[in-house]
Design a protein around this ligand. Sequence first.
Ligand SMILES: O=P(O)(O)OC[C@H]1O[C@@H](O)[C@H](O)[C@@H](O)[C@@H]1O
Length: 304
Amino acid sequence: MDPNDISCLNRHFGITGEVVFKEGPKGQGIIDVSNGLAMASIALQGGHLISWAPHGEELVVWLSPNARFGPGESIRGGVPVCWPWFGPHPAEPSLPAHGFARTSLWEVIEVQALENGSNRLGFRLIRSDESYALWPHSTPLELYMTIGTALEMELVTQNDGPVPVTVGEALHTYFQVSDVRRITIHGLDGCSYIDKADGGKRKRQSGAVVFTGETDRVYLESVDDCVIADPGLNRRIRITKRGSRSTVVWNPWAEKAKALGDFDQDGYLGMVCVESGNVADNVVTIAPGATHRLCVRYTVEPWH
Ligand SMILES: O=P(O)(O)OC[C@H]1O[C@@H](O)[C@H](O)[C@@H](O)[C@@H]1O
């Protein structure tokens, strides 16, 4: 099946009124999910979830109004899939930052209506000559999303090759917040981190994370739940994970956001990235024939 053919996708995988494939900005294939519990949208390029909110809740996942949707462009916001390396390539800095999964086309492999009212969607990364040139390994990659009161995402890397492969990865989730200067992030107290906004110095977190300027940190050996406490939106967002030993916390602040060019005026104040993955010291080596799973669950809790 042509992975871009909207009517074919609707015929094979659509669920009337619940899971609908459509043409989005710049002709990109988009899936709109609206069930009794939540709404979400996903771009087929990047296997990129671009919005999610349980019913009755403000958007949880943030998307820049200036996000670019062109072929091969990464979308500012949502949940970019960083794979098979995170940030700059470890040996070759001219290669695309965060790997190629977020700019590649993904094919749909399953859509299900679950008994609890959620929808489960499955995607497989489509490999191309270009991506084999960047990453000459046979490592099929699948992504599963369950859309309901909770959002669950599972990134599954299979090593089909004859040698071990080492993967860096993250679900680079952008969260909508009332004002990044007023939120706190809990669950990282005592973790050591690489401060990318301070020349890569190694530091240790003490207490909750607060934001007073550009923040770009890779927390290592971080396995506990992270909670974004947002008094302005009267809620806490809980991030629970398995198969992930790193958490990346990022806000570009004013100058960097301006330089990136796909944030709107003061847009950086309304977002924060809390990324679950395996990065830097925590990259994962997968033995031949083995499978690695990165699983993350997002829920919204009331303030009180
Ligand atoms: O602009 P990009 O490639 O989407 O990356 C955004 C940010 O992603 C974060 O994960 C990195 O830690 C930052 O260093 C980076 O600036």
